[in-house]
Design a protein around this ligand. Structure first.
Ligand SMILES: Nc1ncnc2c1ncn2[C@@H]1O[C@H](COP(=O)(O)OP(=O)(O)OP(=O)(O)O)[C@@H](O)[C@H]1O
Length: 227
């Protein structure tokens, strides 16, 4: 089954006194290609923990995470980092662009890390940047972009490796309402048109209309919310 599956995932931390804090409690979730799913919850509810496990940055204490039919717990650390590079695109709260690279190079550098940049890579990058409305800004540097333009560059960059999974961590946190709506609409459109399985963690309930399903994290459980 493609996409991303959580099967009975539990995560606990030990506090200073050695007490177990259960942050995710037997969480199961299935996100298929073409779906954008939101996970909402207050500060400290476990959203970052959840997304870090989905992105293979953190291991579950028990349960299975399956990405494109591959069970992460059955892979070596090296295989996990390769899977993260090849199959997962991250969009973070702030765009985290490289200050000395122009917009086009922000995308091409992703390919450069893997080898030589081809004409097809350039074409793909330009197509993505067109998709986020930045075709006239290819040569601009981050300091000359607005906050929304920077975040749109970061969205295009997350799709550059053509990953199957997109994970967005509060992607609208640094934006005003208008820009925030534009950014989530773009993510939703890309997810649909490019058939990605996407999870967005947010506390911004205004953005939920763009999502196929919405879950609330409550006492470590994921609860489906009507919206
Ligand atoms: N490495 C750790 N060791 C112990 N406790 C931790 C660790 N990481 C996170 N926690 C605790 O787990 C809980 C969930 O944290 P998490 O960062 O996942 O929440 P969040 O919903 O993303 O919060 P926010 O919206 O503020 O970013 C918090 O109570 C936090 O203090």
């Amino acid at each position: 089954m493609s996409g991303i599956q959580f099967n009975n995932v539990t995560k606990y931390y030990q506090d200073g006194a050695g007490t177990k804090l259960t942050i995710l409690d037997n969480v199961s979730l299935n996100v298929q290609p073409g779906e954008l799913v939101a996970v909402i919850g207050p500060s400290g509810s476990g959203k970052s923990t959840f997304l870090s496990i989905a992105g293979a940055l953190l291991q579950a204490s028990s349960g299975e995470v399956i990405i494109n039919n591959t069970n992460l717990s059955k892979m070596s650390p090296k295989q996990v980092s390769q899977l993260r590079l090849d199959q997962i695109g991250f969009i973070l709260q702030t765009s985290n662009l490289v200050p000395y690279l122009n917009v086009l190079d922000q995308l091409l550098v992703v390919k450069k890390m893997k080898g030589k940049i081809t004409g097809a890579d350039k074409h793909f990058a330009k197509d993505l940047l067109k998709g986020v409305g930045l075709e006239s800004k290819l040569k601009k540097y981050p300091e000359h972009l607005s906050g929304g333009e920077r975040q749109r560059t970061a969205i295009a960059r997350a799709f550059m490796n053509n990953p199957d999974i997109i994970l967005a961590d509060e992607p609208t946190a640094s934006l005003d309402s208008k820009r925030a709506f534009e950014v989530v609409e773009l993510i939703a459109n890309f997810v649909k048109s490019r058939n990605k399985a996407a999870i967005m963690v947010t506390h911004d309930e205004r953005m939920l209309s763009y999502c196929d399903r919405v879950y609330h994290i409550n006492d470590g459980k994921l609860v489906l919310v009507e919206h």
